[in-house]
Write a protein that binds this ligand. Structure first.
Ligand code: DAH
Length: 339
């Protein structure tokens, strides 16, 4: 067989092959053309086989010709494949725009944030204004103005994180009381929620936790006003009008008299028990004076609620540290918690 004849056979096959690849509209058609023109049983492959019948000079000549043709055809096919697949991505007539998207999981608020928001809402209904203060505080607002002088043992109780320049991470939200009293006109009725920090870490303590401070200053504010607001808040918070609440005499340098408030709950052994959830009292005259308020005219109450304690009771969680381990299996349980 002459090389010329082989070449003209090849030309015919190539013509058909290029045409059919060109006409292909999808990947199935392309694949069919590949098998037909470049596959094992293709005419081009049998032309390859016929090389063995040629003498060496013809073999070299036609072999080269054949290889070049095959390479051209292959790259034409690959280009066509690419152009089809990119078309599919951009203009796909079969794309169903109404099909629902893939489910992706949506984040949610941290349970502590939910408890804070829920508590703030209750206090706002009770006509408290929500204010904020800095987490990096100075000694004056965190201690001195709250009647905790330099040498006072209460400072040690707080295990404070200090910065080198004399600033500190506030150990309680009570520091915001001072800012509110100095900045606002009387009467003052505020809550101050936020993070507080102490060098403390065990089952019931984390170095950062949350408090909600409350402060009401007016003429004739009494301890019974304080009791009433605490009772109202707690009963609303726990959605339980029969909640057992206990005021226990206590000591804080910034209030006189002072009390701690416990509520009754069922502990992990199924027994009734008391849990302390807040400190409160009548604002100490020294604190009022420090904030330039005349204690002979004005009086007030203050309270500081432990948010984590409230959250543990409300959400029935026994280990405080769970809130801060960021285990999604724990956090996701509160996604739909209605508060
Ligand atoms: N600041 C106190 C603490 O962190 C809690 C507290 C007690 C706040 C009595 C008050 C208060 O406003 O009157 O332990």
């Amino acid at each position: 067989m002459s090389v010329e004849k082989l070449k003209s056979d090849l030309e015919k096959v190539l013509k058909k092959a290029f045409e059919s690849i060109q006409k292909s509209e999808n990947s199935e058609e392309i694949e069919k053309a590949r098998i037909l023109y470049l596959g094992k049983k293709s005419q081009i492959n049998s032309l390859m086989k016929s090389l063995s019948n040629l003498d060496s000079q013809q073999k070299a000549e036609f072999g080269k010709y054949l290889n070049e043709a095959k390479a051209k055809l292959t790259s034409f096919l690959e280009d066509k494949k690419l152009s089809i697949s990119s078309k599919v991505k951009t203009i796909n007539d079969n794309f169903d725009f109404s099909m629902p998207g893939r489910n992706s999981s949506i984040g949610s608020l941290h349970p502590i944030t939910k408890i804070m928001d829920y508590s703030i809402e209750i206090f706002e209904d009770l006509k408290f204004e929500c204010v904020e203060g800095p987490e990096i505080e100075d000694d004056f607002h965190n201690f001195t103005a709250l009647n905790i002088p330099e040498s006072h043992p209460a400072r040690a109780m707080h295990d404070t994180f200090y910065f080198e320049d004399g600033y500190l991470l506030r150990t309680h939200t009570s520091s915001v009381q001072i800012r509110a009293m100095r900045e606002k006109n009387l009467p003052i009725r505020v809550i101050a929620p936020g993070k507080v920090y102490r060098k403390d870490s065990d089952i019931t303590h984390t170095p950062m936790f949350h408090q909600i401070e409350g402060l009401y200053i007016d003429t004739n504010v009494s301890f019974s006003n304080l009791k009433s607001i605490i009772n109202t808040f707690l009963k609303k918070f726990f959605e339980n009008d029969d909640l057992k609440i206990r005021f226990r005499p206590s000591y804080f340098p910034f209030t006189e008299p002072s009390a701690e408030v416990d509520i009754e709950y069922i502990n992990s052994r199924g027994e009734k028990s008391w849990l302390e959830i807040l400190g409160c009292g009548m604002v100490h005259p020294n604190v009022l004076k420090m904030a330039k308020i005349d204690p002979s005219i004005h009086s007030g109450y203050a309270f500081g609620l432990g948010v984590e304690r409230l959250a543990m009771l409300k959400l029935e969680i026994s280990d405080l540290r769970l809130f801060y381990e960021n285990d999604l299996r724990f956090l996701e349980q509160f996604k739909r918690a209605k508060l």
